[in-house]
Design a protein around this ligand. Structure first.
Ligand SMILES: [Fe+2]
Ligand SMILES: [Fe+2]
Length: 234
């Protein structure tokens, strides 16, 4: 890939090397909604020396195994990207939401009286889940077909205001994930009350990781490609 410097944006790095998403997760650096920031500015905002992040990226690059399993999306066409997002992220969300909802029910029922963080966690998760259900419905019914049409050269197929709206909703999703993480004590399984609670924390951490990647692939890969196709058609 191109040389990474302190001026490279986080989105560029994750788009070219999707496996680095895990590294940014570890540093708590936002690569989806805040991905347009440079490595230096994103690191400093987290109180981390940018050189520390660059060194970690070098180490990461040295381990080619780190890329195993990561999906390379930057080379995909709009059609392929949409297929990938629906299959890998939307379908997965449709499985995760009821499964986590059920785990939350059980944990709140058994431990809710003794742990005041559990009920607000359930409430926040339900709120975020219902927003996400509406969000992915808008993507699949309206925006993604319009992205495909724009890529096929159709004029006026895509209303750019809808992309702005979805991008704004992604920021709300990001804020919701931060709230879930706080309410869950950073998903620290050592503080779990039981095995179900442990599995719940693990599942919420997976949910967060997958959503970060999902939003990144839309904000930083699909939407720019769709906007480009739109500009080329007009
Ligand atoms: Fe989506
Ligand atoms: Fe989205």
């Amino acid at each position: 890939m191109n040389t990474i410097s302190q001026d490279t944006t986080i989105a560029e790095i994750v788009t070219e090397r999707p496996a680095t998403a895990a590294l940014f997760e570890r540093f708590g650096i936002d690569f989806c909604c805040g991905g347009q920031r440079s490595l230096a500015s994103a690191s400093e905002a987290k109180g981390i020396d940018p050189q520390t992040v660059l060194d970690a990226l070098d180490e990461f690059a040295a381990s080619r195994a780190a890329d195993a399993g990561a999906h390379e999306v930057s080379a995909l066409s709009v059609d392929q990207l949409v297929d990938h997002i629906v299959k890998q992220h939307h379908d997965k969300l449709r499985e995760q939401i009821p499964a986590i909802g059920e785990l939350l029910e059980r944990v709140v029922r058994v431990h809710g009286a003794g742990d005041a963080t559990l009920a607000p966690l359930q409430e926040k998760f339900n709120e975020l889940s219902s927003e996400l259900a509406t969000h992915i419905e808008l993507e699949e019914s309206t925006v993604f077909p319009a992205c495909r049409a724009a890529a096929a050269g159709g004029e006026d197929a895509l209303d750019p205001a809808l992309l702005d709206q979805l991008t704004h909703e992604h920021e709300e999703t990001g804020a919701g994930l931060v709230a879930l993480r706080e309410l869950s004590g950073d998903y620290d399984q050592a503080k779990a009350h039981c095995n179900t609670h442990r599995f719940l924390l693990q599942s919420l951490a997976d949910f967060e990781r997958d959503l970060h990647l999902h939003v990144h692939e839309e904000n930083n890969v699909l939407f720019p490609q769709a906007r480009q196709a739109l500009a080329a058609a007009s």
